[in-house]
Design a protein around this ligand. Structure first.
Ligand SMILES: CC(=O)SCCNC(=O)CCNC(=O)[C@H](O)C(C)(C)COP(=O)(O)OP(=O)(O)OC[C@H]1O[C@@H](n2cnc3c(N)ncnc32)[C@H](O)[C@@H]1OP(=O)(O)O
Ligand SMILES: N[C@@H](CCO)C(=O)O
Length: 352
């Protein structure tokens, strides 16, 4: 994608974006749909011939699905700063060593600029829809506000127009957990293994906010993990655990296995900076300038991206925009597990 001067004055001499596509682009380049991933997601939204493994929104995208790949050319990039093929802190800098601490602070606007260049590279002239959940929804809104002439429809699931103090607070605990791990080494831990303890703690904090208290209670309650004695964690050398501790240990290990700590901090801080109203006279003024279609959905049990925030977003978008409800007991992650509930409404609202 060439060189990038970032919003806050950083410089990347040569940005690479990894992406996947489905379907065929028409000659006018306008039958396109952009799908944007959440914090630790990737470009693999759905299966395709080259990679038949299920994607994270498998039931949304494909032949005959709500985003019908027989009709639409679907594009999904890995975000700038990520670790699934796009340029991020673990990628080589011009001197061949990983960027590490030299990787600049990036914002969602910087990510949108790299995605705009990707559109140009692919020959896409307009998006019928830009769709995302959580951080993907935040980027989708940034797209709509930054390039309204290119965005005919936007879908924002479990997300907001700007990160709230509460969301920033949870995120800060996570970035601190990574940064305060001695193996972070100021961000220059490559080749690794790096701050795996800190990253694991960050995921435990994050994952708890992605789920609901009711789900954790119903699923684990106060049960012990197998024959382990939970009181062992306090009293003795035997590290007994509650079942929910074991579950979070597992979630932490899974993320540490598949995600780079530098990317985790970079993307988390990009999301903390999210504010479509920055430099545009505030959120209200920024959203008022978007003339396209909009679809907004919230998970009823979300305790990180409250449904009330989606209602505010819908009110501020021009026209009558209803908030569609994903009914799920699990919390924020419901936009990844039960999105199919709103797939038909999304298709209708964005004329897909
Ligand atoms: C694998 C990848 O590459 S994912 C790439 C794309 N990723 C993304 O888009 C990120 C977003 N995705 C996610 O965050 C998640 O995948 C979600 C939210 C969609 C689903 O979360 P999951 O962790 O799969 O579901 P769930 O909360 O039910 O946890 C199940 C896991 O907990 C484990 N588990 C359940 N109870 C316990 C326990 N008491 N102790 C230890 N582990 C436990 C299960 O064995 C299972 O393990 P597995 O995932 O290794 O099979
Ligand atoms: N579980 C998701 C939700 C973030 O909003 C992720 O890790 O990307």
């Amino acid at each position: 994608m060439g060189e990038l001067h970032t919003e806050t004055g950083g410089h990347l001499p040569d940005v690479r974006l990894a992406y996947e596509t489905w379907g065929t682009l028409d000659a006018d380049g306008a039958n396109a749909v952009l799908v944007l991933h959440a914090l630790t997601g990737d470009a693999h939204v759905a299966s395709h011939r080259a990679d038949p493994s299920a994607g994270w929104w498998e039931e949304l995208v494909g032949p005959g699905r709500a985003v019908d790949t027989d009709r639409w050319f679907v594009v999904a990039p890995n975000m700038l700063g990520g670790c699934d093929g796009s340029t991020g802190p673990s990628s080589p800098a011009p001197d061949g060593a990983p960027w590490g601490s030299r990787f600049p602070f990036v914002t969602l606007r910087d990510a949108v600029e790299t995605e705009r260049r990707l559109a140009e590279h692919l020959g896409v002239t307009a998006w019928q829809a830009v769709i995302g959940g959580s951080m993907g929804g935040a980027r989708a809104l940034e797209w709509a506000v930054t390039h309204p002439e290119m965005v005919r429809g936007v879908a924002v699931l479990a997300s907001t127009a700007c990160s709230s103090a509460e969301q920033i607070a949870w995120a800060q605990a996570q970035t601190q957990a990574v940064r305060l791990d001695p193996d972070w080494a100021g961000g220059d831990y490559h080749p690794g293994p790096g701050p795996v303890v800190g990253l694991g703690i960050a995921r435990r904090i994050a994952h708890t906010t992605y789920r609901s208290a009711a789900e954790l209670e119903g699923r684990f309650g106060r049960a012990a993990q197998g024959a382990e004695n939970p009181f062992g964690t306090v009293a003795g050398p035997r590290a007994g655990r509650y079942q929910v501790e074991s579950y979070l240990d597992h979630q932490a290990a899974k993320l540490v296995d598949r995600f780079d700590a530098g990317s985790y901090v970079t993307l988390t801080e990009a999301l903390m900076s999210h504010d479509v109203g920055r430099g545009r006279g505030g959120v209200e003024a920024a959203l008022a300038g978007y003339p396209g279609r909009a679809f907004v959905a919230a998970v009823d049990s979300d305790r990180l991206y409250f449904p009330a925030e989606s209602e505010r977003l819908a009110r501020l978008l021009p026209g009558e925009v209803p908030v569609h409800t994903i009914a799920s007991p699990i919390g924020h992650d419901g936009f990844l597990t039960e999105y199919a509930q709103v797939a038909e409404e999304l298709k209708a609202a964005l004329e897909l």
